[in-house]
Design a binder for this molecule. Structure first.
Ligand code: ADP
Ligand code: MG
Length: 390
């Protein structure tokens, strides 16, 4: 994005946001690329786990000076780690995308499934834009193709009248298509993918003769995501399941990573929003600890607490930190305190659930109150509990 662009984008897609990193990786990428891929599998991995996260840095053998088998392309531009978690899962995901099966990322909401699918498509195909958003109302038109009715009436069904949808583009150009929240679509819509995944051809029966079949080019594949919370909305058919390799994306396991991530992402969001606010590390700690305790149903000290039904994911923690930052910037002195966090908990996470508010209130009375006696940040958090109601 040009520095003085009068109308910057609210959110850049991954291929724009990380254009410099992708260009640096492409320039130094000497490893073999699968047909249709912009980068080698190793470079794709480095793009996602960062140049520090490759086996060369992580394995103890490499530390002794042995050259690792899977050396990452070395670049002058630092490649940032974007996904914190199981690097082996990233390797398996990349292998799946080279194979003849689609990739299905399953997990709780807010575990970075959409982020991963965006990063993978940006690195492999150069675009993350070929996306179908699965909803109860998703139609075949939105997946394959539709018609421009003005041209259709004038010319009949000609290639000119055809309006391609993401799958049409993905197959004809050899790109990866993203299918978000696939299990929210009715099963018959989900199942339109079966023939495209197995035969790699999209038929357009309305077109006569040549051009009535789109054959997928190398590089085409599908990354779908599904939330475990939506399980049972529409279970996938066994036939479709067979065409996908499943990867479960768990919530971040290490507190240290979650602290870093929440601080970094909330900081970036505040910066882009033009808000001048600082979130001290100790305040981030209060937030992340609260989320971890409530997510696990057990505090760091081992006390059992009731888990709210609301999603207490990293993504929600980032939203709370961001909103608290805005609150502090515009209604406070610019430094986020515990009470700003407490104020945002209800609207951002608990929404309108009375039950959840009760559980969290209990957590405040049993856990936060005790911590508040020893620590001013927890004290400030405790002082903001009024929003949870009486
Ligand atoms: N393991 C993780 N590594 C990096 N970021 C994460 C991780 N888990 C969650 N996040 C953050 O939370 C956000 C989750 O958003 P999203 O990808 O929309 O989740 P999902 O699609 O799984 O519901 C990501 O954009 C990222 O900012
Ligand atoms: Mg998602």
């Amino acid at each position: 994005m040009p520095k003085n662009d009068p109308q910057p984008m609210l959110r850049e897609p991954a291929e724009m946001q990380f254009a410099a990193e992708l260009a640096a990786l492409a320039a130094s990428d000497t490893a073999a690329k699968p047909p249709g891929w912009k980068l080698s599998p190793r470079a794709v991995r480095t793009f996602i786990v960062g140049s520090e996260g490759t086996p060369s840095a992580a394995s103890p053998k490499a530390a002794k000076g042995k050259k690792p088998a899977a050396a990452a392309p070395s670049t002058d531009t630092a490649i940032t780690r974007k996904f914190h978690g199981d690097d082996a899962m990233i390797d398996r995901a990349i292998v799946t995308l080279m194979s003849n099966r689609g990739l299905l990322l399953v997990g709780e909401p807010g575990t970075a499934k959409s982020m991963l699918s965006e990063l993978l498509t940006a690195a492999i195909s150069g675009t993350s834009a070929l996306t179908v958003q699965g909803t109860a109302g998703t139609t075949e038109d939105q997946i394959k193709y539709s018609w421009n009715y003005a041209i259709l009436l004038a010319e009949g069904p000609t290639p000119n009248a055809l309006v391609p949808a993401p799958l049409f583009y993905g197959m004809s150009r050899g790109h990866i298509v993203r299918f978000e929240e696939i299990t929210r679509c009715p099963p018959e819509i989900q199942d339109t993918l079966i023939s495209m995944l197995s035969d790699k051809v999209l038929y357009i029966p309305e077109l006569k003769g040549e051009g009535n079949a789109v054959y997928a080019r190398p590089g085409f594949n599908i990354i779908a995501t599904a939330n475990t919370r939506d399980r049972g909305v529409h279970e996938m058919s066994a036939a479709l399941k067979r065409r996908f390799n499943f990867e479960t994306v768990p919530p971040i396991a290490e507190k240290k990573f979650e602290l870093e991530l929440v601080a970094k992402q909330a900081g970036e969001m505040l910066y882009h929003a033009g808000a001048v606010a600082t979130i001290p590390d100790n305040v981030i700690d209060v937030l992340v600890t609260t989320f971890l305790d409530l997510r696990k149903g057990k505090t760091e000290e081992g006390t059992a607490v009731e888990r709210p039904n609301a999603t207490m994911s990293t993504a929600e923690a980032v939203s709370v930190a961001f909103a608290a930052g805005l609150d502090a910037a515009y209604f406070g002195d610019g430094t986020v305190q515990g009470q700003h966090l407490a104020r945002q908990l209800v609207g951002t996470v608990l929404k309108d659930s009375v039950e959840d508010a009760k559980k969290v209130k209990q957590y405040f009375e049993v856990v936060v109150k005790v911590r508040a006696k020893k620590d001013p940040n927890w004290k400030s958090f405790y002082d903001g509990r009024g929003v949870l109601g009486q």
